[in-house]
Write a protein that binds this ligand. Structure first.
Ligand code: GLA
Length: 662
């Protein structure tokens, strides 16, 4: 089992390194990620390499039995490269250079940068490819971290033209797909096309905007591939990963993950701008990461202290570090590395606290990590590789998320909010879910939910029809099927490609302003909740209503419907269901689809219940996110693995406590 920290020996005097390694070993640390920002230290000037310090660090770590994940340092091209080739800098949509001083300041498509990247990655792979200390590689660092993906430089402009030519072949094909006849934008050659940069009004052709996002995401994937190919050719068999960021959305992480051996997440649950971190957000990021390759993953950076750039976020209370760690494990993490070992004395992250404080003396966070590590060394080997055993899939579609960013249609709503509305229902009702792409095998699930599936990807409607015909259950919702995969409106009556599956026609629709809602009722007139954001006026052609609007001009018409398709069912939610409405509608869906929640334990809402299960085994995690103890009720006696005792009936779980039942 890999348990460890992110470590920056270059930030500390060498005399300290042996003590660091010793303290790590005493805390049960087996694995360290290293090197990912160290380029100017490894190659101070062009061709002047100094790897000896890294060699020494690796051997000191090895002397304590600690192995490393080696990061390629390409997120931080040094100043000498940038001065020689200033065109490597990213440019914003006004063409302004995004200069030196932070990180990720490079353009993915710059050919000069590729030369330097090839050379440093080759050198590292040659030097460390067969080093026994190196157990895996991390490419770069956090591709797509906040506004570092879409670059508007001349290289990107010509790369985009080429990408479009490869995709459309003929310029009139592109003209047709984008609808460039609108506002006199017909192109005569791919070379005429400019990036969707700053114009008189921030509203470009939606087809172009979508393709630019696709191209930018592909650029990151290609940049990663450049490095993967080098490492694989020199050090075949070395596992390679990248540290992703859960719900960040600039890059399609399903694509980014395809070529990786395993995926990793950087997880900072306390880094929320709201007053109180919501454990459901952290859980979603974990489930999303498990979905990238539909397999378990590493947490490559796990929060270990108060995070902070210029402002400090809340300090994890005693016990919180441990319970966040268990939450990661509960959702499929097979390895945990804390960020970072010791809090740095300088640089932009002086306030980003690690396990050790600035003075380097082990304190309560170190002790808590050591205790957690001791437990995980016993527990994790029992469940390595075992996923959620989920019966429910939530489909995450980056492209549908992007088009709603480009044109949100409503003032307050966005794709992730809709996805979270479902996720919260399942979390609150103790139902494990997978968050996966529309390429996944639907047949492995009893229920497939597609939030805001606005653009119908070619083939997905037919795939859903086959799936429901064979007995599956599907939920689609507002705006589904309104667009084609090129971000043009569909001219078939709504819900477009899904109208036969859903057995309805949408005859009218409208937005609801922030704070506005419409009363939704069940067949018996009972108020089940409010419809928000949007309303569809639905004509049931074949489907039957399951909820009705009780206000406005559409009063008495269906707000949600159910259509029997072969052995299965397709549901449509025609308004933004508020939590009450979601509870009622999704309750009905889950009951008829035969979805079974975690029933072995009942717990108050502050206690998260999660599961790792396969056909042979299941582990149930109870995680108390509250600072006060809570009571659990066990349906039958169960062994609690951390304390190795059998609990039954009523069990008290301490503040921030964790139980793992088998
Ligand atoms: C990210 C990065 C790290 C570090 C931490 C804390 O997750 O990958 O290098 O910057 O955030 O800010």
């Amino acid at each position: 089992m890999n348990f460890g920290v992110c470590y920056y020996p270059e930030h500390w005097p060498e005399e300290r390194w042996p003590l660091d390694a010793k303290l790590m070993r005493q805390a049960g640390i087996t694995t360290v990620r290293i090197g990912e920002f160290s380029w100017s230290k490894l190659e101070r000037r062009e061709g002047e390499y100094s790897f000896e310090w890294l060699d020494r660090s690796l051997s000191i770590l090895a002397s304590e039995g600690i192995r490393v994940v080696l990061g390629t340092p390409t997120a931080t091209p040094p100043k000498w490269i940038m001065d020689r080739h200033p065109e490597i800098y990213m440019r914003d949509n006004k063409g302004i250079v995004r200069g030196f001083g932070h990180r990720r300041h490079y353009c993915y498509n710059n050919p000069d940068y590729h030369v330097y990247v090839r050379s440093i990655v080759t050198k590292m792979a040659e030097r460390y490819g067969s080093n026994e200390s190196v157990i895996a590689w991390q490419i770069d660092n956090e591709f797509g971290c906040t506004d570092t993906t879409r670059c508007y430089c001349p290289n990107c402009s010509s790369a985009f033209q080429q990408w479009l030519e490869d995709k459309y072949t003929d310029i009139d094909n592109l003209n047709e797909q984008w609808g460039t006849v609108f506002w006199s934008q017909i192109y005569n050659a791919f070379s005429e096309i400019e990036l969707p940069a700053y114009t008189v009004f921030p509203l470009h052709n939606p087809g172009m905007e979508l393709d630019f996002r696709r191209f930018s995401s592909d650029s990151a994937v290609r940049f990663q591939k450049l490095q993967l190919d080098i490492i694989r050719s020199i050090a075949p068999g070395q596992p390679i990963t990248h540290n992703m960021m859960g719900m960040f959305n600039e890059i399609n992480d399903f694509d980014l993950s395809k070529e990786l051996d395993f995926t990793s997440l950087d997880s900072y649950p306390n880094l929320m701008f709201a007053d109180k971190p919501d454990p459901r957000n952290a859980a979603l990021a974990l489930d999303a990461t498990r979905g990238f390759k539909q397999s378990n993953f590493w947490v490559m950076e796990h929060q270990s202290g108060p995070p902070g750039g210029n402002i400090l976020f809340p300090t994890p209370r005693p016990g919180e570090l441990r319970k966040w760690t268990y939450q990661s494990v509960a959702h499929g993490a097979d390895a945990i590395l804390y960020f970072r070992w010791r809090t740095c004395l300088f640089g932009a992250e002086q306030f980003w606290h690690g396990l050790l404080p600035h003075d380097g003396i082990p304190g309560r966070r170190y002790e808590e990590a050591a205790r957690t590590g001791e437990e995980l060394h016993r527990l994790l080997p029992l469940m390595e590789g075992i996923g959620s055993g989920a019966e429910v899939a939530i489909i995450r579609s980056y492209e549908n998320e992007w088009i709603m960013e480009i044109q949100p249609q409503t003032f307050e709503h966005y794709y992730e909010r809709q996805l979270k509305a479902y996720y919260r229902y399942f979390y609150n009702n103790r139902i494990p879910v997978d968050v996966v792409s529309d390429d996944c095998d639907f047949e492995t699930y009893k229920l497939v939910v597609l939030p805001h599936y606005m653009m119908a990807k070619p083939g997905v409607a037919e795939k859903l029809e086959r799936y429901t015909a064979a007995g599956g259950t599907v939920v689609l919702d507002i705006r589904s099927g309104t667009k084609l995969w090129n971000n043009r409106m569909d001219d078939t009556t709504l819900p477009g490609a899904f109208r036969e599956l859903l057995g309805i026609r949408i005859t009218d629709y409208g937005t609801l302003r922030k704070g506005e809602s419409r009363r939704i009722e069940a067949a018996d007139g009972k108020h089940i909740g409010q419809g928000t954001v949007w309303y569809d006026v639905i004509n049931c052609v074949k489907a039957e209503p399951i909820a009705w609007y009780a206000e406005d001009y559409m009063a008495g018409t269906p707000a949600a419907t159910r259509n029997a398709v072969g052995k299965g069912t397709a549901y449509y939610f025609g308004t933004g269901a508020d939590p009450d409405c979601m509870l009622s509608l999704m309750g009905l869906v889950c009951e008829s689809a035969g979805i079974s929640p975690i029933a072995e334990v009942s717990a108050p809402e502050e206690v998260e219940l999660a599961r790792r299960a396969d056909s042979a085994q299941r582990f149930i995690f109870a995680i108390n996110h509250a600072g006060e103890e809570q009571s659990l009720q066990l349906a039958a006696p169960m062994r609690e693995l951390i304390s190795d005792r059998v609990l039954e009936g009523k069990a008290v779980i301490p503040a921030y406590g964790v139980y793992v039942f088998a």
